[in-house]
Design a protein around this ligand. Sequence first.
Ligand code: FE
Length: 201
Amino acid sequence: MPDNIHIKLNTASVEARVDAIQAAFEERGMKPAEFIGEFRELAEEKWLPENGARVCAKAWTDPAFKARLMANGKDAVAELGLSMPAHHRHLVVLENTASIHNVIVCTLCSCTAFSIIGLPPDWYKDLEYRARVVRQSRTVLKEMGLELPASTEIRVWDTTADTRYMVLPMRPSGTEGWSEEKLAGLISKDMMIGVARVAGT
Ligand code: FE
C-alpha cells in the first residue's frame, strides 16, 4: 500500500471511516443504513431481557410449561410469541437450585440468546470475564457481588454458535400467589446469565 494512503487511513475520523464503509456497501447495491436502522429497532425494542424474565416467571408458575421449556427451550419460548434467529438452533435452559448454580459465558466472543435475554453486557465480552469465569468461577462471581456457599456446585456453560443458554433463577419464597407479571419484575439479565441471584434465594 502506498505511504500516502496508509497515512490517510490512520488519520480519518471514525465517522469518516463509517461513511467510507457505508459508501462501499451502497456502491454494491446493499443498503447499510436500512440494515442499521432495523438492527437498532430490534436491539432497542425487541431483544429485551423482559422476554426472558417473562419465560422464567411462566416456568415458575406453570409446571407443564417448565417441563416443555427444559425439554426444548426454543419451541417453548415460541409459545409465548418469542423467536430466535435460525442459527440459534437450541435454547438450553439451566435451572438453578440450592445446590447447583449455573453461569454462562462465550469464551470465543460474546454469544448469548440475545433475542430472549437481551444483548450481552460489555463485561460479558471482556477477555477477563471470558478467560477467568471458566477457571475461577467462584472468585469471579464473588468479585461481581455473588458469594455462593462452598457447598453450592458451580457449572459453567460455554455458548456456541448454534447452542444458546438461559439460566432459570430460583424463585424466592414468599412470592406464592404472585402474578407472572410481578414475578417477572424480579428477574434481570444478569440473573439469566448467572452472575446474580434473585434476592432471598
Ligand atoms: Fe460468542
